[in-house]
Design a protein. Structure first.
Lengths: 435, 299
């Protein structure tokens, strides 16, 4: 009996050893992973990974695609614990806390040269935190106004609105109602609800920036105060309330955003360039145009750069940067642009082939004279401030009684500004505005 | 000679054997339960930088900051409202359903299975399906359209919390119903027969016979329903994600706020503080439940 037990133990251990060595022989010499939150880009990266692996036997590349908020939450645990992907594609403002904690590796020399010689000037600021270069820019997310040409023609409108005053006027002419007076086609599609900071971001680009406002005001070098108690903020919130309740050109009971534009239940909305690829695939018959964002006191676009960065804990930094270099070459930049639709960052590539296949892409690179760009602040508590702004706005927009009560609205803005200042103060970043 | 405190060799071996089997279990229990709980309490009194792993003792500052935070107050209000509505609704409907099923002369087990089915559906996929049902072009609004009514924004503003309550009651009711059914079936029929002979009607039998005997089960059900309500997370998380027709922050509850503080705002210390407060709240309501049910069972 004892002999049988010993033999069975020995044979089990031997079997395990054989299995382990067999598994080890299938494992690559070098294995790296790339984490991204952009589904359309991620699919293209998988193709790039296959090509790279074919050219580099012994290298295995895993592409991880996550929802945007989920990636941010994953990084919170994985970067400090050293278990993150080797390459992370993220924005400067999302990665700022990790950079300041020394968890992101410094990029090699070729990246700085690449940024200074091959990247659009408009987009360069977005890859730095102060003067520290974060990584190699992958794509940019500039914003555009999408407008339905058929609906504009039907309403007798000459073209897309250029100012907020025109936008309000046009939206009233474009909206449609059912027999009960409910909106069935919105004149302008607003982002009214949703998780994360989506509501805040769309409000900033459609309303706050055109009115000359900003979520934070720098009062001293590296010190800020909240920008929510200004006249610009109040006008920006009032705009949404007017569109919803006084002019009734949008409603909670209809679809919004890309889905609404695809299904032609809205006449216009503002979003990034990826919508073009989306429309080509799902709604090729929709006649639409794209135009620069609407202005008023300020005219420009929010520019959000995605950046390839390498985690400090990566044990194959050289391979990781080499793969980034491969993705960023001229040919792959073109392919990424064509298939994913985000703004390419390279100014030294001829995109005429792509424009021939998809003429709408040409408008994406059309930066008119005087059109500016603004960027997210790269402070540690920015994520918290911006998510809370989104939640605050989403709640505010549901309060119809505020639409015609400017005093109460001002009080709400003041109250929220105090919350923002508290967060800044908690992080040692607050200084009141003495002007 | 053995004195009564000495242990024989074979007994010592047996105790050692038991201890060696229990030790890994206790070790795991301490690591995954006790240590995280004590760390949570400890971190609530510190400022903790989770990226640099540094901490500074700050006393009650996290607590005072939390109570000054609008998000926390909103989460607290939403959670208390959620529990205040769903707990009695769950108990009332589950007990009513169980009594209805029990009152049938001919039992139909398939009906019990159908009522229990929602509980077997995992909460995340159930929440995704309900989110679609509540969407502007979802099942509910389409139904309203066919009967000539306007669409409702089910996941907007204060309506959103009630929409999630419906989902929550739909899912948990089956489980509570089964618990009550087991309790009802364990009541000897002799009590009801005796009450009937005394001239009691249905309501009197329910009030003076059924409910007192069911007291321990009612206590269990109300404690569980209270804990579930205060710990609600998955449906709120699923419904608030995404862009269109997502609830956003209007339905923030304590557990979601804790999650966001820890993983979105990187404020693990504040998340621990809020977790301690949630723990105290649940403990308080559990204590109230126990006190109210302190009366001895008729058995």
């Amino acid at each position: 009996m004892q002999r049988k037990t010993v033999w069975s133990l020995v044979s089990t251990v031997a079997l395990l050893l054989v299995l382990c060595s067999a598994w080890a022989s299938f494992a690559a010499d070098v294995e790296i992973s790339l984490w991204t939150a952009y589904g359309t880009s991620g699919a293209v990266f998988e193709t790039f990974a296959e090509e790279y692996m074919a050219a580099h036997p012994g290298v295995k590349i895993n592409i991880g695609i996550f929802p945007a908020r989920a990636l941010e939450e994953k990084l919170t645990i994985s970067l400090p614990s050293g278990t993150s992907g080797d390459i992370i594609e993220e924005t400067a403002f999302a990665i700022a806390p990790y950079v300041q904690a020394g968890l992101i590796a410094e990029p090699p020399a070729w990246v700085k040269e690449f940024v200074n010689t091959s990247v659009y000037k408009l987009m360069r600021q977005g890859v730095y935190i102060n003067s520290d270069l974060l990584g190699s820019p992958s794509v940019a997310g500039l914003k555009y106004l999408y407008w339905n040409k058929s609906m504009f023609e039907e309403a007798g409108l000459p073209g897309p609105p250029k100012t907020l005053d025109e936008l309000k006027d046009y939206a009233q002419k474009l909206v449609q109602y059912d027999k009960n007076g409910n909106v069935i086609r919105s004149g302008i599609s607003l982002r009214l609800s949703g998780g994360g900071y989506g509501v805040a971001e769309k409000w900033w680009m459609l309303a706050l920036a055109p009115y000359g406002g900003s979520p934070l005001i720098e009062t001293a070098p590296g010190k800020y105060t909240g920008g929510f108690d200004t006249e610009a903020t109040q006008k920006a919130v009032q705009l949404y309330l007017d569109l919803l309740y006084n002019l009734k050109v949008d409603s909670y009971a209809v679809e919004h955003g890309v889905d609404a534009f695809t299904r032609e239940t809205t006449a216009m909305f503002e979003r990034e360039g990826f919508v073009i690829a989306n429309l080509a695939k799902y709604a090729p018959d929709v006649k639409y145009g794209i135009a620069p964002c609407v202005g008023q006191d300020y005219w420009g676009t929010l520019c959000v750069n995605s950046i390839f960065m390498v985690a400090q804990n990566s044990s194959h930094k050289d391979v990781a940067w080499d793969f980034i270099h491969f993705i960023s070459n001229k040919q792959n930049t073109s392919r990424l642009y064509e298939e994913a639709g985000w703004n390419p960052v390279r100014s030294d590539v001829d995109y005429s082939d792509i424009y021939a296949k998809q003429p709408m892409y040409q408008f994406m690179q059309d930066f008119p004279e005087g059109y500016g760009a603004y960027f997210y602040p790269t402070i540690v508590p920015w994520n918290e401030i911006w998510i809370k702004t989104g939640e605050w706005l989403a709640t505010l927009f549901t309060q119809e009684q505020l639409a015609n009560d400017p005093e109460k609205l001002a009080a709400k803005c003041q109250q929220f500004n105090e919350q923002v200042n508290m967060i800044l103060d908690d992080n040692g970043l607050y200084a009141p505005n003495d002007s | 000679m053995l004195n009564r405190f000495s242990v024989g060799k074979s007994q010592r071996k047996r105790y050692l054997f038991i201890a060696s089997l229990l030790l890994p279990v206790f070790a795991i229990f301490i690591v995954v339960r006790i240590w995280p709980i004590t760390e949570t309490f400890r971190l609530s009194f510190h400022h903790y930088d989770m990226l640099r792993h540094t901490e500074t003792y700050i006393g009650l500052r996290n607590y005072s900051r939390l109570f000054a935070s609008n998000d926390f107050i909103l989460s607290l209000k939403n959670t208390v409202l959620f529990a205040a509505v769903t707990v009695p609704v769950n108990i009332f409907f589950a007990l009513g359903l169980a009594m209805l099923l029990q009152s049938r002369k001919r039992k139909i087990p398939i009906l019990e299975a159908i009522y229990f089915l929602p509980y077997m559906v995992p909460l995340v996929p159930a929440s995704i399906v309900w989110k679609w049902i509540y969407s502007p072009n979802g099942l509910l609004n389409r139904f309203l359209e066919t009967i000539g009514l306007s669409h409702v924004a089910w996941l907007t503003g204060s309506m959103a919390l009630f929409s999630i309550m419906i989902l929550f009651v739909w899912r948990m009711n089956g489980y509570l119903m089964i618990i009550f059914l087991v309790g009802l079936r364990s009541i000897p029929s002799i009590y009801h027969d005796a009450a009937a002979v005394d001239g009691s009607n249905w309501w009197q039998q329910t009030r003076f016979v059924t409910l007192p005997i069911l007291r321990p089960i009612l206590l269990y059900a109300s404690i569980m329903a209270t804990v579930w309500a205060f710990m609600i997370f998955s449906p709120v998380y699923v419904m608030s994600q995404g862009s269109d027709f997502a609830t956003g922050g209007s339905v923030k509850v304590l557990s979601l706020d804790i999650y966001m503080r820890a993983f979105s705002y990187m404020r693990m210390d504040m998340a621990c503080t809020e977790a301690v407060i949630l723990f105290m709240i649940i403990l308080f309501f559990t204590a109230i439940n126990l006190r109210v049910s302190r009366q001895k069972s008729v058995h």
